[in-house]
Write a protein that binds this ligand. Sequence first.
Ligand SMILES: Cc1cc2nc3c(=O)[nH]c(=O)nc-3n(C[C@H](O)[C@H](O)[C@H](O)COP(=O)(O)O)c2cc1C
Length: 360
Amino acid sequence: MSLNSFGRVFRFTTWGESHGPAIGAVVDGCPPGLALTEADIQPWLDLRKPGTSKFTTQRREADEVRILSGVFEGRTTGTPISLMIENIDQRSKDYSDVAKSYRPGHADYAYDAKYGFRDYRGGGRSSARETASRVAAGAVARLVIPDVDIFAYVSEIGGDAIDYANFDPAQIEENPFFCPDRQTAQRWEALVDAARLDGSSLGAVVECVASGVPAGWGAPLYAKLDSELAAAMMSINAVKGVEIGDGFAAARLRGEDNADPMRPGADGPTFLANHAGGIAGGISTGQPIKLRVAFKPTSSILIPVDTVTREGDASQIITKGRHDPCVGIRGVPVVEAMMALVLADQKLLHRAQCGGGAAD
Ligand SMILES: Cc1cc2nc3c(=O)[nH]c(=O)nc-3n(C[C@H](O)[C@H](O)[C@H](O)COP(=O)(O)O)c2cc1C
């Protein structure tokens, strides 16, 4: 059993550990003939890479991607595309305590319970270093869905939410938080810095919108577009919740308030609201796909936490080393990548079943 792969037609497999020589992804099922070079992938990796501000981990990784296969004369050949990113800045000495004691909130105990053996260096396979491979694969997925526009942003850190009245997409790349509200971003500077100086951490909510998805992608029951997206997002490290559309808030609405009323439009129905997040019956409606992802606070903190050793003795652990004070910030490019990977797969699945139908 492996379970390191995701997707059905557009399928990717990631490999590698935090402190191995390299990590990477193999993308299988990519249509042939798409123009692809490293330059199509690198900008997305640069958005996720560590060490870019004091609000992210100080691990220094160039995260330079190399395409090893599946591309000839600048075009995808239809064969597996192998993507590799070298690990440059591994420092095992930061992680020696982890060999002895389990870090609460990390995969240490669960991995030992399951496998009886683990690569404790930087969390090994459970390290979010793996998410760089997803971002690389996601860049390839974006080429399969050129008409779909995906953007994500942080809407809340440590319980402090943006003001949607100030929402300005142009702001997202103007601050280190991927925050669309300039005033909130200023507050977050102090908030995240204070948590960092306390040796603590904060959780975050990331929102993602995909527009340009035609009506008809998805499946009615066991591969609902919403369940595929939820599975994709929940597979990201530190994610503890996913809401599609209004999500849990829909449970507090009355039917008439939660409905997305329809009116005749030039190219089919026009919706007057989007509580459903662009998905009905597991299938896209042509409205923007909207979801929210809850990231827990970084588990590695400098505040002592009770734990046990591998031998079962009571202990305490302070997780030294280089850590993000709020992992949700660097989760933004990962959420976008997973959205792209699911949508590319759904487009090809739709085409496989329905051919060049209305949603092609
Ligand atoms: C981009 C990204 C960076 C992360 N960096 C850290 C980190 O520096 N320190 C940490 O404790 N957790 C970090 N995490 C989260 C852990 O990898 C994760 O909490 C841990 O592996 C346990 O898995 P789980 O939270 O999904 O149960 C990061 C997550 C993401 C998405």
